[in-house]
Write a protein that binds this ligand. Structure first.
Ligand SMILES: Nc1nc2c(ncn2[C@@H]2O[C@H](COP(=O)(O)OP(=O)(O)O)[C@@H](O)[C@H]2O)c(=O)[nH]1
Ligand SMILES: [Mg+2]
Length: 461
């Protein structure tokens, strides 16, 4: 790895462009303090960036020659205890496009280079302060849309995933060491590692990989959100339910069946998960071309959804269409027994004979028992998991793929052992598993892959 290219000093604006209370220009590199000293005049002449103690602030002005550009607070964080492990300076300017940009131009003019996206974090990774999984978690914290995704990202940033992966690596390395010793010293009569012991060790490793992979589905939902389709025959209250869940009048509600023709979509956080709600046209046969297209789209939305809310109007007897929909209910369906404010013509038992999907009784019109429904929605995501997002959760597709490859290689190693292949073959598979795990924490990752990962970052992070 070529770290000489990190010996220059970079600068970037770390706050979003536009008007704001403050805007921050950040510098990192060997000349960060000198460049800061060149453009900054402290109010107290004894406090200049070159002598200012680490982790302290100075008040003063950014100057362009003798012209005052802005009144600022300047922070110094000296190597090695800084974000990048290099000398870092942050200049807190007044927010607003001109003052911040002018300050950036001045430091660039004094020899700093404009940072690439994510280059501060890339430096933290290259200089070994954090590993690759942690670096990726920085972007996840920034991009988190809900409290749960933020917590999962923070757990990863704190190193929980890295610890789990490093534990697996240790396990494989010690197995490999035993095998390689056996191969080397075979002729000298050293005993081969016990077959049973090796088999147990490999299956333990596989179990741990499977545990991590088991969290990937939750991880995907935390990252991308849950797609929820609201379906049912016309007039059961699908659009009313969408509005109730969104707490707005997003969809048109009328007593006329067939009002909703197209799929209407909006998002909300439910119990920490970003949920995309799709209200669909009622499922019925129709002669209208427009409505038929609506029904086709409803079916598509239902097929694509992570979760289906199948709405039943409990104030009317079940129709054959209702019965069909209930009987065909796929996995991950919640039956929404709507209009509980009206006298019931359907019983919970009747529905149970048609489907084993959970039932929630609500009134979309009055908003009663909506919380039960929201709880049921969040239960479908956390079922099988603890719901504790401070645990290790694999949210990143790249990590998931690497774990799958590690699992395949370990499976091959186990099979090779069972078929009585020699140690060398088993060791080759184990080394492959190790390489896949290395990709997660960032040992020996090709430059292009690193570039692709960091290109997703914001400038200034
Ligand atoms: N009494 C009562 N009426 C409801 C409830 N939910 C919906 N409705 C009424 O049922 C009719 C159809 O509602 P709508 O949401 O358009 O149904 P959709 O065709 O399934 O989208 C409207 O007149 C709503 O006011 C409910 O919980 N209780
Ligand atoms: Mg509707």
């Amino acid at each position: 790895m070529d770290i000489t290219r990190f010996e220059d000093t970079i600068a970037a604006v770390s706050t979003p462009p536009g008007r704001s209370g403050i805007g921050i220009v950040r510098l990192s590199g060997p000349s960060a303090l000198q460049i800061a000293a060149d453009v900054f005049r402290p109010a107290n002449p004894r406090r200049n960036p070159l002598t200012q103690p680490t982790y302290t602030l100075s008040y003063g002005h950014v100057l362009d020659d003798e012209l005052i550009v802005d009144e600022v607070l300047l922070t110094v964080m000296r190597a090695p205890s800084s974000y990048t492990t290099q000398d870092v300076v942050e200049i807190n300017c007044h927010g607003g496009i001109v003052a911040v940009r002018r300050t950036l131009e001045l430091v660039l003019h004094r020899g700093a280079r404009l940072a690439d996206p994510g280059e501060f974090t890339k430096r933290a990774y290259y200089f070994g302060r954090i590993d690759l999984a942690q670096a990726e978690a920085v972007a996840d914290v920034i991009n988190a849309q809900t409290e749960h995704s933020r917590r999962a990202a923070m757990a990863q940033l704190s190193g929980h995933l890295s610890e789990a992966v490093n534990g697996l690596r240790e396990g494989i390395l010690s197995l490999l060491a035993r095998m390689e010793a056996a191969v080397d010293f075979f002729e000298e009569g050293l005993e081969l590692p016990d077959h049973e012991q090796t088999a147990t060790a490999i299956s333990d490793l596989r179990e741990q990989v499977a545990d991590l992979l088991g969290t990937a589905e939750q991880g995907r939902l935390l990252r991308d959100g849950l797609q929820v389709a609201i379906v049912g025959r016309p007039n059961v209250g699908k659009s009313s339910l969408l509005n109730a869940l969104l707490r707005s009048d997003r969809a048109i509600v009328t007593p006329i069946p067939g009002t909703t023709r197209d799929v209407i979509e909006d998002s909300r956080n439910i119990a920490g998960i970003p949920v995309r709600l799709l209200d669909t046209a009622g499922m019925r046969s129709t002669d209208s071309v427009v409505e038929a297209e609506g029904v086709r789209r409803s079916e598509q939305a239902m097929a694509d959804a992570d979760l289906v809310l199948l709405v039943i109007d409990t104030s009317e007897a079940l129709t054959t269409r209702d019965e069909e929909l209930l009987r065909d209910a796929l996995r991950r369906t919640i039956v929404v027994m709507n209009k509980e404010d009206l006298p019931a013509c359907v019983t919970a038992e009747t529905v149970t004979t048609l489907t084993s999907a959970p039932q929630i009784w609500i009134s979309a019109r009055d908003g009663t028992h909506l919380q039960d429904l929201e709880q049921a929605i969040s239960d479908t995501v956390w079922a099988g998991g603890s719901g504790d997002v401070t645990d290790t959760i694999v949210t990143n597709v790249r990590h998931k793929t690497a774990l799958q490859q590690a699992d395949e290689a370990l499976t091959r190693a186990g099979d090779a052992l069972d078929s009585g292949y020699s140690e060398e073959f088993i060791a080759a598979d184990l080394r492959e598993a190790l390489a896949s795990l290395d990709e997660i924490v960032g040992n020996f990752v090709p430059e292009q892959i690193l570039d692709r990962i960091f290109a997703e970052f914001c400038i200034g992070k």
